[in-house]
Design a protein around this ligand. Structure first.
Ligand code: PMT
Length: 407
């Protein structure tokens, strides 16, 4: 599974760099292509030549040492990698990454990276326990980074406790199973329609009714469905974030446009996931010219928009239908009502008043309500990890319907 995978190993300055050298050797023996960046502190422990000899690739140490005039090294390395591993990751580098600092070759490359990132911390037991380190690690979790937890044992500083870089053999195993999982893509041959973002309901050419949705949750779902091999149609209201690579993006503005687009793709869809925050009401009249202000109050008459999820539930044949519920109270009660009323297979409920959940954040706190009656309450997670859970559920619902990947 590791054969020819491109692994970018970022080595920062701790005594565990000797394990990073062993890791490089093991990865190369397993058939991976390994490129290494050393931080200035790592170079105090070991020279680039060690990693060059083990990886059979040139080693990068300095952002401004542009070895190839045709590319910008840190962008090129970031684009090249299938997986980026920071091992050992010192408290200092973890802090820089958590704060978006880009002051050396590793941190600059990391900011440019879109590949999955794994962080393998290694440090003194008390450093690892320090609230600042914990906070920085939780920020990185919000960014979607994964962690190889340090193991417990004798530390070079003389303490015994948690802080040792995981053994190279174990790290290779984790990488192996990561790529193995990646190769068992669950949604090959499936079409997944995801809606995301807000809708805008026009009052006149300069004003509209909308909401706080940024599209982050829906885009993360689209990205994960794509990663699992699906053909993804992403129907999005106006947002400021880039669409995941490889998805078919259809930009819409109003709820009516979203309705028409989703209905168009519904017949051919295997799965529809309705993450968008669709306006429930729109102005009864849309003015062609800017409405001039008058003395006194103004009243806008509103009418109901079409409930897209409800309509999909009515027309459902063999699609898996996933709805969201954005609530501020009585989460469970309202989510269950939506599950039944909209004939959905799964409702993803979030309390949008809770810190770390709902609109605009990089994390979410959701509870999944299934038709079977099962309820899965998830802790605070990055929206990318929430997306993974939702896609896992969708995959198992497809399997229940006898619609396995490729079938
Ligand atoms: O985009 P982010 O900033 O990341 O924020 C994510 C989110 C808060 C928007 C997301 O997690 C979320 O909760 N999405 C659903 C928002 C919503 O409109 O919820 P609702 O409870 O009002 O609607 C229930 C379901 O019906 C939703 O699946 C919605 O897409 C759908 N609906 C609602 C109204 C309508 N006219 N048509 C619909 O299809």
């Amino acid at each position: 599974m590791i054969m020819d995978k491109k692994i970018l190993l970022c080595v920062t300055g701790g005594i565990a760099v000797y394990k990073a050298a062993a890791l490089t050797s093991k990865l190369v023996q397993a058939g991976a292509q390994v490129k290494v960046i050393l931080s200035e502190s790592a170079e105090k422990f070991v020279t680039p030549l060690t990693f060059q000899a083990l990886s059979r690739n040139e080693v990068f140490t300095d952002t401004f040492d542009e070895k190839n005039p045709h590319v910008i090294a840190h962008i090129d390395l970031a684009d090249w990698a299938d997986l980026i591993l920071v091992a050992p990751a010192t408290a200092n580098t973890i802090a820089k990454l958590a704060n978006g600092i880009a002051d050396n070759m590793i941190t600059t490359t990391m900011l440019a990276a879109t590949a999955p990132v794994w962080i393998a911390p290694a440090m003194n037991v008390h450093m690892y326990d320090h609230p600042a380190v914990k906070k920085n690690l939780s920020i990185l979790a919000e960014y979607g980074y994964q962690f190889i937890e340090p193991s417990e044992g004798y530390l070079a500083c003389g303490y015994v406790g948690k802080g040792r870089l995981e053994e190279p053999e174990k790290i290779v195993e984790l990488i192996r199973s990561f790529f193995a999982k990646d190769e068992r893509k669950q949604l090959i041959g499936k079409t997944v329609v995801v809606t995301a973002g807000p809708t805008r309901e026009k009052i006149d050419p300069v004003r509209f009714i909308s909401n706080h949705s940024t599209g982050k949750m829906g885009f993360a779902i689209a990205e994960e469905a794509k990663r699992q091999g699906a053909h993804v149609v992403l129907v999005s209201g106006p947002v400021q974030i880039p669409a995941p690579a490889g998805v078919e993006l259809i930009k819409v503005e109003s709820g009516e446009e979203m309705y028409n687009t989703v209905i168009k793709f519904y017949e051919s869809a295997d799965v529809v996931i309705k993450t968008a925050a669709v306006a429930d009401y729109r102005p009864k009249i849309t003015y062609d010219q800017k409405v001039k202000k008058q003395t006194g109050d103004a009243v806008i008459d509103l009418e109901r928009t079409k409930d897209i999820l409800f309509e999909l539930g009515q027309r459902k044949k063999n699609q898996v239908l996933v709805g969201f519920a954005a609530e501020t109270e009585n989460l469970e009660e309202y989510a269950r009502i939506k599950l039944t009323k909209k004939n959905a297979d799964l409702i993803v409920a979030n309390n949008v008043k809770t810190a770390g959940a709902g609109f605009g954040t990089d994390t979410n706190i959701v509870t999944l309500f299934k038709r079977s009656g099962a309820v899965i309450e998830l802790p605070v997670m990055s929206k990318k990890d929430v997306a993974k859970k939702i896609i896992e559920e969708v995959t198992s619902l497809l399997k229940d319907m006898g619609k396995n990947a490729n079938s």
